[in-house]
Design a binder for this molecule. Structure first.
Ligand SMILES: Cc1cc2nc3c(=O)[nH]c(=O)nc-3n(C[C@H](O)[C@H](O)[C@H](O)COP(=O)(O)OP(=O)(O)OC[C@H]3O[C@@H](n4cnc5c(N)ncnc54)[C@H](O)[C@@H]3O)c2cc1C
Length: 397
């Protein structure tokens, strides 16, 4: 499918921003990680520019201050920003998801407090759902909150929380009912809004420790330890003990958006390869002369375009308001396999130079490697897809 005028304009805006402001800083920021983790985070001015350009509020209704667009716009923007740096293509999705929650009926107090800051980027957020023993098995969480004197008191640990240190808000999945019903581990789980000061690690009740990841450095990934940490009772999204279904609904959006991120990294790697094979001379001719190189380019471009078309299809289906866990799962599954292959092919086409830190190929490759893991691993997507296919022929008793 072809994009309409509105989406083409959006694509152009995101592309210009990426070329002028993201690509020039991405590799340098990424590489500082080993010396100074905090310095490798996305610069503050980039976060604000994302707000100025209206990307955080891309799906937020116009009357709430957003662009009032849908999932297709989300994919278009994610692709363009991730082409510059995966972390930038990913960072806007946290506020974007928070805005989708904050505008819902019943959350007026949080909306009053956070709507403007989430739209501008002044407020940054993080999703604290996974734990050491609750990754794919997301319902297996142990981090617990108990009520005391009008507050939730949280104890336990969260793992893999991207952006936790800079964030003003952690959306945290906690067990509010200590009784675990066999076969229904997802019951008794609630979603709390944890307010904190960015970059402040002085409170021993909330310890934030950075994890030494190989890539995806622009927001950092953290372990978060709660020790009798108090949260106002009213800081809860939705119904007590029933957060899991909200999380599942959010996965459809997240996985579709994820496909956009994969597209962006793949396009960056492909663009570098396309350029290099016309410049690099071996056996007295450019690499692009060799059929095996040309065919590899053809395969890369085909898989990127097929991925883009399917991501658009999933996005449009989601915008139509019907269930689309099958399409979201397929989009994410195909996209994450595709980006791993394209990033690797591009590196290989650069030979030894691709394996140095002088070129961004190694960054694309390291960043790509997190994409088959986040928002449900490839195996989890295959589980979702096969379950949906089989339920048509093997209905549940
Ligand atoms: C860089 C990074 C950033 C992240 N950011 C966040 C974040 O911001 N917020 C957040 O909450 N989480 C985040 N995560 C966590 C991420 O969602 C989990 O890592 C992911 O869900 C996998 O969980 P796990 O690491 O515990 O692996 P496991 O669940 O232990 O899986 C290990 C392997 O076993 C496979 N496996 C597991 N169960 C099955 C099964 N039933 N059938 C077949 N195979 C299976 C998996 O596919 C995987 O290959 C992040 C992770 C990374 C690496």
């Amino acid at each position: 499918m072809f994009l309409d005028e509105t989406h083409l304009q959006l694509q152009k805006t995101a592309r210009d921003f990426t070329e002028k402001e993201v690509i020039p800083i991405a590799t340098e920021c990424d590489h500082i990680f080993e010396k100074d983790k905090r310095a490798s985070h996305i610069p503050e001015n980039i976060l604000r520019r994302i707000g100025d350009l209206g990307f955080y509020g891309i799906r937020t209704a116009a009357e709430d201050g957003g662009a009032g667009l849908g999932h297709l716009a989300l994919v278009v923007v994610a692709e363009e920003l991730a082409r510059g740096w995966l972390s930038v293509g990913s960072c806007f999705s946290r506020n974007e998801a928070s805005l989708a929650l904050v505008v819902q009926p019943g959350f007026e107090r949080l909306r009053e407090k956070y709507l403007a800051g989430l739209l501008s980027g002044e407020i940054q957020t993080a999703m604290a759902n996974s734990e050491a023993d609750a990754g794919s098995d997301a319902a297996n969480i142990k981090c617990a909150a108990r009520k005391s004197d009008g507050k939730w008191i949280i104890n336990g640990q969260k793992m893999w929380v991207t952006n936790a240190d800079r964030a003003n808000i952690l959306h945290s999945l906690v067990r509010t009912d200590p009784k675990i019903t066999p076969g229904k581990k997802h019951w008794g789980v609630s979603w709390l809004v944890i307010e904190k000061e960015p970059w402040d690690n002085s409170d021993p009740r909330l310890m934030i420790t950075e994890i030494d990841t190989v890539g995806y450095h622009g927001m950092g990934t953290y372990q978060v330890d709660f020790s009798d940490f108090p949260v106002p009772e009213e800081n809860m999204w939705g119904q007590e003990g029933r957060a899991f279904s909200m999380l599942m609904q959010g996965y459809e959006t997240a996985r579709i958006q994820f496909a956009g991120r994969c597209l962006g990294v793949a396009r960056a790697a492909f663009g570098a390869a396309l350029n290099y094979v016309t410049q690099r001379i071996q056996f007295d001719v450019p690499l692009a002369t060799f059929q095996s190189i040309r065919f590899r380019l053809a395969d890369m471009a085909t898989s990127i375009e097929v991925c883009r078309q399917y991501a658009y299809h999933a996005a449009i289906k989601k915008d139509s308001g019907v269930r689309c866990d099958l399409e979201a799962g397929m989009a994410k599954l195909f996209a994450a396999d595709m980006v791993m292959k394209v990033a690797w092919d591009a590196l290989q086409m650069h030979g030894g130079y691709g394996y140095t830190r002088d070129l961004p190929l190694e960054r694309y490759w390291r960043d790509a490697a997190m994409l088959p893991i986040g928002e449900g691993t490839q195996e989890i997507q295959r589980g979702v897809i096969s379950a949906r296919l089989l339920e048509r022929v093997m209905p549940k008793k």
